[in-house]
Design a protein around this ligand. Structure first.
Ligand SMILES: [Zn+2]
Length: 441
């Protein structure tokens, strides 16, 4: 049923590097450091592996999920005309002296010295670097604006106590977008556009999110919003007014008893994980760093800026935190490492002997569905029982698990389809299976 035909490219589970912690004797993280279920499940199920405190290896399944999220974000950034760049991670502290931010720098800023005794930071954010880039080419003509530049790179924070796995780590992946406009009105329009774009991204990820008025924190500026997932381990306190629906970060609202907007006392407080942040910066960086443009009268003017972050590795982990049970991972369908797992019968079983189904053809027919290209995995460890492989598949959380069980010997053969998102099981012919998955994926 499962031939070793190397001409047909299939994704086989036996060839995937996924060290699963079956028996917790080989504990890589002390149990008191295991602070969230997403962290525990991602480590136990071979999605990530801890390298050192607050730093992780992404294993093949983990990186597939991460790449899917990156692609989704890339598409959305490019749909609003943002261009991808990459700034260096090592930033000379001179640059942060010019913006004045080095004086406010917290112990969380990684600083290192090179062999010439020059001090650098491992940049957690790039407002200075990108503004300096614009300064060095200033003044550009007004015709070049709006200009939107973004990057997806690793960022660094020297956490006192890294925790929750990828949620509060010392190295993390972020998308940061910097926008430049010729005046504040245009910058506000850009701000609205990007907030709308963020809404679309989070809707596609499919985890319930909240957009609240934010605190500007160390970055500063005129206006800011935060995007949060609500979970118990969230370290931000958010408030929601039961009367007018106003939402805000408690840190900013100050007063816990009354709604800032309508004065109602029907206030709910809950925990959120910040997964995105938007800032309308105005000229906070462009003015001291002299990033200018030439207006239509040929006079130099200061550029107006915005900056917009998405915590990519954090969104991934926080989604798992929100959707999973204590024992089983559950992925947003758009981010699952593979959308479909096929479990063929055990080698030598009655099902294997009496069925003429070709796994190669089934896999190919499923991958022919546009949304399933390269998204079908076969659990070819046919020396193991179906039951054991199914248990593991449920733990890893492939959204759709197709089992070739007892009914595969019927006429016509029926496939057992397990939809983990809806918690439903169906028995379907191959044609029904294909049209079902076409509709759901
Ligand atoms: Zn209110």
């Amino acid at each position: 049923m499962l031939t070793d035909n190397l001409k047909i490219k299939m994704n086989r589970l036996s060839r995937i590097f996924q060290p699963i912690n079956v028996i917790p004797k080989n504990v890589q993280v002390k149990s008191q450091d295991m602070t969230s279920k997403s962290q525990k499940l991602m480590l136990d199920l071979g999605i990530i592996r801890q390298a050192n405190s607050g730093c992780f290896h992404y294993l093949p399944l983990g990186i597939r999920a991460l790449e899917k999220l990156k692609n989704l974000i890339d598409q959305h950034m490019q749909s609003i005309g943002a261009q991808k760049v990459a700034c260096p991670t090592l930033i000379h502290t001179n640059l942060w002296e010019r913006s004045g931010r080095i004086q406010e720098a917290t112990p969380e800023l990684f600083q290192i010295k090179d062999r010439h005794d020059h001090l650098y930071i491992l940049s957690p954010t790039h407002e200075e670097a990108i503004t300096d880039l614009l300064t060095t080419v200033s003044p550009l003509s007004y015709k070049h604006f709006p200009l939107r530049l973004y990057q997806i790179t690793s960022k660094y924070r020297d956490e006192m106590k890294p925790r929750f796995g990828l949620i509060r780590s010392r190295q993390f992946l972020m998308k940061d977008l910097y926008t430049f406009d010729v005046d504040l009105d245009a910058a506000k329009e850009t701000y609205e556009l990007i907030c709308k774009c963020y809404n679309q991204i989070f809707e596609l990820v499919g985890v319930e999110f909240f957009k609240v008025l934010g605190s500007s924190g160390d970055i500063g500026g005129i206006l800011s919003h935060e995007f949060h997932f609500q979970t118990d381990i969230g370290e931000d306190k958010l408030i929601k007014c039961g009367n007018c629906g106003y939402m805000g970060n408690l840190e900013l609202c100050g007063n816990k008893d009354k709604c800032l907007k309508c004065g109602s006392t029907k206030i709910n407080v809950f925990n959120g994980i910040e997964v995105g942040h938007t800032f309308l910066l105005g000229d906070k960086y462009s003015k001291p760093m002299k990033a200018t443009y030439l207006n239509n009268n040929g006079k130099p003017n200061i550029l107006q800026m915005g900056c917009y972050g998405l915590g990519i590795s954090r969104i991934l982990a926080a989604s798992l935190e929100k959707l999973s049970t204590d024992q089983e991972l559950r992925w947003p369908i758009k981010l699952a490492p593979f959308k479909i797992l096929i479990i063929p019968p055990k080698f030598g079983s009655k099902e294997e002997k009496s069925s003429s189904i070709s796994i190669e053809n089934l896999s190919k027919n499923l991958e022919d569905i546009a949304t399933l290209k390269n998204d079908v995995l076969i659990d070819d460890r046919v020396q193991m029982t179906i039951g054991r492989r199914f248990l593991e598949a449920k733990q890893v959380g492939y959204p759709f698990i197709v089992v070739l069980g007892q009914k595969i010997t019927e006429n016509p053969p029926l496939f057992e389809l397990n939809n983990l998102i809806e918690g439903k099981q169906h028995f379907l012919t191959e044609n029904e299976l294909i049209s079902y998955l076409k509709q759901k994926c």
